[in-house]
Design a binder for this molecule. Structure first.
Ligand code: 13P
Length: 244
């Protein structure tokens, strides 16, 4: 169960969030719990989460180890501060910041090289769903952004299916729609990396996951977890999702 805070919260608000949520998820051993915070809040998040079951993630990274890349943050920098996960290829990065399949693959390889666990996002836009191209879009994103990984690399990857039209809109994919997309993605994994890898792969659903719809989504055997935006900003609400 992962929370993507996007560009929300200050360092002080980060610490306050962890103080509230830690007691609420202290017994939640049924899943991994990740909060992906803005870069500047990662040290506060790591400090506040110390000794708990909650791990901390970033929302992006650059693929070079270091260098003259003004404004970028690298894998070794994230690992060094105790960050363990990183979201890659989120639709907002694809839409506003020029993310492509090629850069998704580069970032994913860099994350793995530096001991970070990538959560690689895929998902179709409304126009693509309405024109019946969902599978084609997912296949292109999988083939360009993920299938270039070796078997050993892929084993450490979590996939997040986030239909763009469901993000921040309050329109959740129905559990059946989400499960169909997950099944299709798992089929792609199986064709590329084999049936065992496919059954091991965790595929998260993201897009308007809330305390009141998480149960229905998680009842689908195809859905292994959730990547939560807005509802992860409130400790009680995210704890309810974690403890669905
Ligand atoms: P919302 O849960 O706010 O729709 O955001 C989903 C998302 O983009 C998570 O990465």
């Amino acid at each position: 169960m992962a929370g993507n805070w996007k560009m929300y919260k200050t360092a002080g608000e980060t610490t306050a969030f962890f103080e509230k949520i830690l007691p609420l998820v202290a017994l939640s051993t049924h899943c991994d719990i990740v909060i992906a915070a803005p870069f500047v809040n990662l040290p506060a998040a790591v400090a506040a989460a110390a000794g708990s079951r909650v791990e901390v993630g970033a929302q992006n990274l650059y693929w070079a180890k270091e260098g003259a890349y003004t404004g970028e943050v690298s894998g070794p920098m994230l690992s060094a501060i105790g960050c363990r996960w990183v979201i890659i290829g989120h639709s907002e990065r694809r839409q506003y910041f020029g993310e492509t399949e090629e850069t998704v693959l580069k970032r994913t390889k860099a994350a793995l090289e530096h001991g970070l666990r990538p959560i690689v996002c895929v998902g179709e836009r409304l126009k693509e769903r309405e024109s019946g191209n969902t599978d084609q879009v997912l296949q292109t994103q999988f083939e360009g952004g993920i299938a270039g990984l070796s078997e050993a690399e892929f084993a450490k990857v979590t996939i997040a299916y986030e239909p763009v039209w469901a993000i921040g809109t309050g329109k959740t994919a129905t559990p059946d729609m989400a499960a169909d997309a997950h099944r299709f993605l798992r089929g792609l994994v199986s064709a590329k990396y084999g049936a065992e890898a496919a059954s091991r792969t965790r595929i998260l659903y993201g897009g308007s996951v809330k305390p009141d719809n998480v149960k229905g989504l998680m009842a689908q055997p195809e859905i292994d977890g959730a990547l939560v935006g807005g509802a992860s900003l409130d400790a009680a609400s995210f704890a309810t999702i974690v403890n669905f």
